[in-house]
Design a binder for this molecule. Structure first.
Ligand SMILES: *Cc1c(COP(=O)(O)O)cnc(C)c1O
Length: 376
């Protein structure tokens, strides 16, 4: 069978990798405690889908468990099965993926399905054991997953462990849909008074106590990402990413660099070629000056010895070029490391350069990076 698993870093360690990623587990712990403190009357669960947003399911869940987190949300039953091995006693909600062929997986690993439609409800009623816990997801305006509010009359006899709904626009606190969803969810809560009521993701927690209900489901804020687009981000950054310089090039005025020859140097320049590229999740959309991939693209940047150095030309699969002309000759050498993400270049900063969101930067973090977990 084809092996798509990550490169085995235990072979040669970080020096053999083009990029090294450091995850600060104590920052995740403090972010969890901060969010729990904002919603003291609610239980604080954690969204750990997609391998804890790309940071690594096992180390992240272990630290969250140690903080007292006992309820986790994953996207798919396969993620639930992996998570069950890490937290034998936690409650694991699987947000989607119930199918006629996989109910036994839910039972084997004691995973609680989130029922998203009348079809799901019928499936679970037919094949799920009597009295096995389940959650009901009610759509209050997102129009993605969830039973329509109008469908609830036909399931009012059910006894869900939890009723949940999901905000479409919580990252924009003033968006009118937020209050509409909140009002709709209050009606849902009245229909199922015995169920745990859960509405807030990270942004919902930060938006205030109206949204907190019985249980919150933060994801991005645990991992240091900004949940609310307009506000300053109160969370501690969690990741540091560095790339190794594999070559220093001197480039003559008038020459270009990289695929498409998009960037032409107007003066003699020096460039550091770094062994991180879009295959590592250093997104091509963050390509630098020259012919932008998108009209609004600013291009990414890194940091060497506290000096900001811009990406020049197109980011390629395994390599990215940074303009280091600002440094004296020989001040930066092959084999040194350039900072690509840290406290000052946040996932949201890089996301903005690539025209995306911090969630996509985190969940794209590459499998080739040498990963180190600190302060566990
Ligand atoms: C991913 C997810 C969350 C967490 O959202 P964040 O914006 O990352 O805090 C919460 N609830 C549901 C249903 C989700 O899919």
């Amino acid at each position: 069978m084809t092996d798509f698993s990550p490169v085995d870093m235990t072979l040669d360690g970080a020096e053999a990798a083009g990029g090294r990623l450091t995850v600060d587990l104590s920052a995740i712990a403090r972010n969890y405690q901060y969010l729990a403190g904002l919603a003291p009357t609610a239980e604080t669960a954690a969204a750990v889908k997609a391998g804890a947003y790309g940071l690594g399911l096992k180390p992240v869940v272990t630290v969250l468990s140690n903080c007292g987190c006992r309820t986790f949300f994953v996207a798919l039953p396969q993620e639930g099965a992996e998570l069950r091995r890490i937290v034998p006693h936690a409650e694991i909600f699987v947000l989607a993926g119930l199918a006629p062929g996989n109910i036994d997986l839910f039972l084997r690993d004691n995973l609680t399905p989130v029922l998203n439609s009348l079809t799901d409800v019928a499936l679970w009623a037919e094949a799920g054991p009597a009295n096995a816990p389940f959650a009901l997801h009610v759509d209050t305006g997102m129009n993605r997953l969830g039973l329509a509010v109008e469908d609830l009359a036909s399931v009012s006899q059910l006894k869900p462990r939890m009723v949940l709904s999901h905000f479409a626009c919580a990252d924009e606190p003033d968006h009118p849909l937020n209050n509409q969803q909140l009002a709709a969810f209050r009606e849902v809560q009245i229909l199922f008074p015995d169920a745990v009521a859960s509405l807030a993701n990270s942004a919902g927690i930060l938006n205030g106590s109206d949204c907190h209900f019985d249980l919150t489901r933060p994801g991005i804020a645990l991992y240091g990402g900004g949940a609310i687009s307009s506000a300053s981000n109160p969370m501690l950054p969690v990741v540091k990413l560095e790339g190794q310089i594999v070559q220093i090039r001197h480039i003559k005025q008038g020459r270009s660099i990289g695929y498409g020859a998009t960037h032409k140097f107007s003066n003699n320049a020096r460039v550091a070629i770094v062994a991180v590229g879009y295959a590592d999740g250093y997104l091509r959309a963050a390509s630098g000056s020259g012919t932008p991939l998108r009209p609004s693209s600013k291009g990414g940047y890194g940091k060497i010895k506290d000096t900001r150095v811009p990406v020049v030309g197109r980011i390629s699969m395994d390599l990215t070029a940074f303009d280091i002309t600002a440094f004296p000759d020989n001040a930066v050498c092959q084999g040194e490391w350039i900072t690509l993400l840290d406290n000052e270049i946040t996932v949201d900063d890089l996301a903005q350069c690539a025209g995306t969101i911090g969630y996509e930067i985190l969940t794209s973090l590459g499998r080739r990076y040498a990963r180190t977990y600190i302060n566990g």
